[in-house]
Design a protein around this ligand. Structure first.
Ligand code: MG
Length: 384
């Protein structure tokens, strides 16, 4: 099963997601965005696919590293390919990122699933066929009727519960919102949501990521009174000592690390040093499905849960393959957007949710992305 070609198509699609000056997504007018379709082809004619941001897999990255490692390799040798690519990272002057590594590895898993006619979540574990989702809100904003006040968070939470969600995670306000960050506003938003949904809905917060230890402690103590399920990334994750300090004083579980580099290796350090209560990994953040599974399995061996970061087919496949996580992160959600609308380049949602709040794992071979190849062809801007 020798890999003969690795190609990328950049295509446009309509989106209502806009990005503020600090990179946070908010609702906006309809604009055209670009997406990359990575395509790995083997000698037998089978293909595997991954969708991602074009800059991750731009021509320099594809020619300089990915093709050099993949073309001529056996597509089933994912672990060797992954390590060969990871070795290239050191000499790549930071050009070959963990996210690029993840995209390539994801396409290899998709190839294997399609080749073997098996969904990837069955191939890598096969623990469950459905999972409860938490509704993960967008960051707060200053859009009237959106997520601009604690009361609006409360009203949106009621809508999410009616839709079926049994859990909600707030992303609160961050700069450039004029009053952000605000410890007081974050606590008010959490209180408003608890008041709106009652005691039986699980709640979590992922707010400003640069709070001081003492501000984080203040929020954490408020969250304990509001019976929140976890407290996520309130401080810079580069300082493991700050997290150990915080976790040592709070009863509410501290979850992390999410944005910290270091793949599965840094997660091992967090476990050994008792830095957090629930471990965190996402496919893109740790460099692929395999390192994400390594984190989850390591956590299991230490009696810890590992909640998977982010939505999408690859993260959902990992959630479907492991026992020690409770939720799938569905979002980002906002009162002005309809998450249940199928993106133009897919024929169906990768994470359909029923009225009881369960997301059902795909039974399609591969990762479960039902790509509309006609749409991609018609809207292709360029290929390489
Ligand atoms: Mg987060």
């Amino acid at each position: 099963m020798i890999i003969t070609a690795v190609n990328v198509q950049i295509f446009s699609y309509p989106t209502r997601r806009a990005v503020d000056s600090a990179g946070h997504a908010h609702p906006g007018d309809v604009t055209q965005a670009s997406m990359a379709l990575l395509r790995i082809k083997t000698e037998c004619g089978n293909e595997g696919y991954a969708l991602g941001a074009p800059e991750l897999i731009r021509p320099y990255v594809l020619d300089g590293f990915v093709r050099k490692v993949l073309v001529g390799a056996n597509a089933f040798d994912r672990e060797k390919i992954w390590h060969d690519l990871a070795h290239w990272q050191r000499g790549s002057a930071s050009q070959l990122t963990d996210r690029a590594l993840a995209l390539v590895e994801q396409a290899l898993w998709d190839w294997a699933g399609r080749k073997l006619n098996v969904p990837v979540h069955k191939l890598i574990g096969g623990y469950r066929d459905k999972v409860p989702a938490y509704g993960s809100t967008m960051c707060g904003d200053e859009l009237p009727g959106g997520l601009s006040t604690p009361e609006e968070y409360g009203r949106f939470a009621e809508t999410l519960v009616k839709r079926g969600y049994k859990a909600i995670k707030l992303h609160t306000w961050m700069p450039p919102v004029s009053f952000a960050p605000s410890v007081a506003m974050d606590i008010k938003a959490c209180a408003a949501v608890r008041e709106a949904v009652g005691p039986d809905i699980a709640l979590m917060i992922d707010g400003y990521h640069w709070y001081s230890r003492t501000d984080a402690l203040t929020i954490g103590r408020a969250l304990e009174k509001l019976d929140f399920a976890w407290f996520e990334e309130p401080m810079m994750e580069d300082s493991a000592e700050s997290y150990a300090w915080l976790a040592g004083q709070l009863d509410i579980p501290i979850l992390g690390p999410e944005s910290l580099g270091g793949k599965h290796l840094s997660r091992a350090s967090w476990v050994k040093n008792d830095v957090c209560d629930i471990l965190r990994a996402g496919v893109a953040g740790v460099g692929g499905i395999a390192p994400c599974l390594k984190v989850a399995h390591m956590a299991e061996a230490f009696g810890m849960d590992c909640e998977i970061h982010g939505n999408g087919a690859a993260n959902l496949a990992v959630v479907g393959a492991i026992k020690n996580c409770t939720w799938y992160e569905r979002g980002l959600l906002h009162p002005f957007l309809n998450y249940d609308e199928v993106p133009a380049y897919l024929k169906r949602l990768v994470d359909p949710m029923d009225e009881d709040g369960f997301v059902h794992l795909s039974d399609l071979p591969g990762l479960g992305e039902d790509i509309d190849f006609n749409y991609v062809e018609t809207n292709t801007q360029h290929s390489y």
